[in-house]
Design a protein around this ligand. Structure first.
Ligand code: HEM
Length: 495
């Protein structure tokens, strides 16, 4: 429908020629150019055209459907004319390992913003990647990450203060709200959607670590943040004296979700087709979200460049380093990295923590074992003084075997790698492997360990119905959209 709309005002004959050309490009070319993949099984439409994969990316069940295709067709499935999905642990090292010559495909071009400046995540060039990875790896090395512990502790403390108050209010009143977040009281517990709160805390932590200050999400119980109306004005303000930017308010977490949808649609479409997506009204919201998120990142950088933060952050670490030619990162490069870090470092950890707490609430016996392990190190759950001095806790909890096992199991369940234990361990690569493996692994592990230890030591979590299944929205990453659990202070449960 939308393709025809474009030609409304053009000569009909040009319309026919262009539609025919589009159909040839969509169907006949892929059919003729078999890419040497004709023998690989897969859904019939997928062999003919990218339409099947584009449809898949819009279903919000992408991993589930792919898994079904693998069960039907085997370990190797052709999911588009030039795209193969492989579900075989043996392929992991061949594709991603350090010796691999495989490059990222033009799938990643869909992530590029800021006038075509790619980030360490989206660049496809090996040389450019090596240069960028040096800057970001320095900022996220274990040594640097240890300096970020007080920032994590700061937001963790704010979250605990809110939840403590909610738990205590739930004993006196039937419902309440904090910012945009509501809760209700039932069976002596406060029932709340922990997904939103974990989003807020992860966003504030990464915002603070990247830009020197958070977005106020935990403090306000809301994801509404102020951003510059014009991305160009914000970018130009980096090197000028004009710092008064006109601002708008946006719901950042929602914008990230819509942005993710748009990137998925775009990335799964053939590169030549992407410029035409703008003619499809259904993509308007996603494109706008992409732009708004870019504005959010450049606004935060502009604000950060105006102040000299009293603590180290990722930006200051990134500009400490020079490449082999003696150059530091320029403004657009910094904006590209900041945006990547904000996306890569927020949803990923909050989704994983949310799934972990959900499963601990579902499997109460596992929750009890974990709580006993935490009590052994942190003392009785009523000893709340420990939460006033979190800066020193990480060293004590970083090697707890059961907590580590719970986190790994949560990452496995979130990334749906299955099978027997030996096969599972071979296939278990939540942070990927090789030269393009996750650069934020140290930070993610520290953040998840600190938050989960704190929350599980302090609160008991329940599900309203233990048979409940965690509903997951699947786009570029897998995201629980809602996770309502019953929360109460442990000292009360165990008294
Ligand atoms: C549980 C949390 C996390 C998981 C499961 C995770 C997983 C991954 C995976 C699978 C990749 C490879 C993606 C691809 O190439 O398509 C990746 C890349 C990346 N991640 Fe993470 N990540 C997490 C947290 C973080 C955090 C906290 C940060 C930083 C603040 C981060 C920064 C990055 C960066 C910069 C890359 C690109 C690396 C490159 O291409 O060289 N991640 N991550």
């Amino acid at each position: 429908m939308s393709i025809l709309l474009i030609f409304d005002s053009a000569q009909p004959v040009y319309g026919v020629i262009l539609v025919t050309a589009a159909l040839i490009a969509l169907f006949a070319y892929p059919l003729l150019a078999s890419h040497g993949l004709r023998h690989i099984p897969g859904p019939p439409l997928a062999k003919l055209s990218n339409v099947w994969l584009s449809w898949l990316s819009r279903t919000s069940r992408i991993n589930t459907i792919l898994h079904e295709q693998h069960k039907k067709y085997g370990k190797v499935v052709r999911i588009a004319p030039n795209h193969v999905s492989i579900a075989d642990p043996a392929a992991l090292h061949a594709i991603y390992g350090h010796g691999s010559q495989a490059l990222k495909s033009d799938f990643y071009q869909a992530f590029v913003q800021f006038g075509g400046t790619p980030s360490v995540f989206s660049t496809r060039s090996k040389e450019e990647h090596a240069r960028k990875r040096k800057f970001v790896a320095h900022a996220l090395s274990m040594r640097s990450v240890m300096e970020y512990e007080p920032t994590i502790a700061q937001y963790q403390r704010m979250l605990v203060e809110h939840w403590d108050r909610i738990c205590s209010d739930a004993k006196k009143t039937s419902r309440g709200t904090v910012g945009t977040q509501s809760w209700y009281s039932k069976d002596g517990r406060a029932w709340l959607d922990i997904m939103h709160w974990l989003n807020f805390v992860a966003f504030d932590i990464i915002g603070d670590l990247v830009f020197g200050s958070g977005f106020g999400m935990v403090a306000n119980g809301s994801d509404v943040v102020k951003i510059a109306k014009s991305q160009t004005a914000a970018l130009e303000s980096f090197d000028s004296d004009k710092h008064d930017l006109d601002t708008d308010e946006i719901p950042a977490v929602k914008v990230v979700l819509e942005r993710g949808d748009h990137v998925a649609t775009s990335a799964f479409s053939p590169a030549w087709f992407r410029p035409f997506l703008r003619f499809f009204p259904a993509t308007n919201k996603g494109r706008r979200a992409m732009e708004l998120f870019g504005n959010l990142a450049v606004t935060a950088i502009a604000r950060r460049l105006l102040t000299s933060p009293d603590k180290v952050d990722l930006l200051s670490k990134m500009v400490e380093i020079k490449d082999d030619g003696g150059r530091t990162m320029d403004g657009r490069e910094l904006a590209a990295e900041a945006t990547t870090l904000l996306i890569a470092g927020s949803d990923t950890t909050s989704n994983s923590m949310c799934a972990i707490i959900f499963y601990l609430a579902k499997y109460q016996d596992i929750q009890s074992i974990l709580q006993r392990e935490l009590d052994d190190v942190l003392g009785s759950p009523s000893a709340s003084e420990v939460y006033d001095d979190h800066d020193k806790v990480y060293d004590r909890i970083k090697n707890l075997p059961f907590l580590e096992a719970v986190i790994n199991e949560g990452l496995r369940l979130q990334s749906t790698v299955g099978g027997d234990k030996v096969a599972m361990l071979k296939a278990f690569a939540p942070f990927q492997i090789g030269s393009r493996a996750c650069l934020g692994r140290n930070l993610a592990n520290m953040e998840m360990t600190m938050l989960l230890a704190t929350l599980l030591h302090r609160y008991h979590f329940d599900l309203e119905n233990p048979a409940q299944v965690l509903a997951i929205y699947e786009a570029i990453i897998r995201k629980p959209l809602e996770c309502i659990v019953g929360v109460r202070r442990r000292e009360e449960v165990e008294a």
